[in-house]
Design a protein around this ligand. Structure first.
Ligand code: ABU
Length: 371
């Protein structure tokens, strides 16, 4: 099937083939949600976000939207079709028979919710209560794709119950300390239990026939097993990164740039026994450059390693946040054409350039990179 900008076609098998159609998130009405188990486990202990919740200040929403709109316009100018979600009212509580939380989150990071594998877009279970209904923001687009592309498979993973049984109470204490957190993550003792399958889409990286999935706070082993059964023609491999005291989402930790080349966060090294799978198939794993900033921006959940949260447009071209001078320099040395994109003032809304996008169409087919 050849790509055309006018009719929707859904297809994307990896993180690097030429990008033709993408969803870019929006910052509208984004809230800092009230305390809840999985979210609290991720907020760093020294963060300015501890104990705060409510609608984000309007001027920060406007600024984030300005940056996201500019990014979308830049992609359109390069010939990429860009769609945007439809925000819902995030001030509304999320209530099910099993839980209640007083407000929701937002729809800036579609990458967390939507996993595109070939002709399928799969809605993740999610693992935060405040993000349980976030898939609704993408339903107008999913409906449109379904009407326009007879090959499109719209799938939704089973919605989890997210009762207290889904979370380890040990993580609910105010002060755990980095040392204990690192011990726990090395032991693969995360905030989420194995009560039921849980995964966020941003814990999954697509390498053609292989899906590489981070086991951490937002994705449990049952979630990985669910993905394995759901994609029987793929090899689904669990990885973990013991150096990360707050392990959510793989895309500020492990970043494939093109066939044979991956950046790995030097503070979150892939363990040797897991690294062997890549090395024996001729993949080079290089340490990512240091972030340009010592701290994240105000009211931000993510770490400074959003520096390596980049969007690859094709195997020779990559979008990097414009203030990340060391990461841009490294990309240049690795032979990539770098497009600087200003996004730092939107980080607080859910992440960087990879987080704020979700693939709809990339060229290329399902290859086996680990024969
Ligand atoms: N959503 C990616 C965040 C990862 C990090 O905080 O490093």
């Amino acid at each position: 099937m050849n790509w055309s900008p006018d009719t929707t076609q859904v297809k994307s098998w990896n993180e690097w083939d030429t990008l033709r159609h993408v969803i870019v998130g929006k910052a509208d009405d984004c809230h800092i949600p009230p305390e809840e188990p999985a979210l609290d486990a991720k907020v760093p202990e020294d963060s300015d976000m501890r104990g705060q919740w409510g609608r984000r200040p309007q001027e920060t929403i406007d600024r984030a939207n300005e940056l996201l709109d500019n990014f979308a316009d830049m992609l359109r100018k390069r010939g990429v079709r860009v769609d945007r979600p439809t925000p819902t009212d995030f001030s509304l509580p999320a209530t099910t028979p099993d839980f209640h939380t007083d407000s929701q989150f937002g729809c800036m990071p579609p990458r967390d919710v939507l996993l595109t594998v070939g002709h399928e877009i799969l809605e993740a279970t999610m693992s935060y209560r405040c993000r349980w209904f976030e898939y609704l923001c993408y339903r107008p687009l999913m409906q449109q794709y379904w009407e326009e592309d007879v090959n499109f498979r719209h799938e939704a993973a089973p919605k989890p119950r997210l009762t207290d049984a889904d979370y380890h109470a040990d993580y609910l204490s105010e002060k755990i300390g980095i040392e204990k957190r690192l011990k726990w993550t090395a032991e693969k003792f995360f905030v989420t239990t194995e009560e039921e399958p849980l995964f966020d889409a941003a814990d999954v990286l697509r390498f053609g026939k292989d899906l590489i999935v981070q086991h951490g706070f937002t994705t449990n082993m049952k979630g990985i097993e669910w993905l394995r059964r759901h994609f029987p023609d793929h090899r689904v491999r669990a990885v973990n990164f013991p150096g990360d005291p707050y392990p959510i989402h793989i895309d500020a930790t492990f970043t494939p740039l093109r066939p044979g080349l991956i950046l790995n966060n030097p503070n979150r090294r892939l363990p040797d026994e897991q690294r062997a799978y890549f090395n024996k198939n001729d993949w080079e794993i290089v340490d990512a450059a240091q972030p340009a900033h010592n701290t994240p921006p105000p009211l931000c959940y993510s770490s400074t390693w959003l520096s390596m949260n980049v969007l690859v447009l094709d195997p020779k071209t990559v979008c990097v946040e414009a203030s990340e001078v060391y990461q841009m320099e490294q990309m240049d040395k690795l032979g990539m054409e770098v497009i600087p994109v200003e996004l730092r003032d939107a980080y607080a809304f859910g992440g960087g350039l990879h987080c704020c996008t979700a693939d709809v169409y990339r060229d290329g087919d399902c290859e086996d990179y680990f024969p």
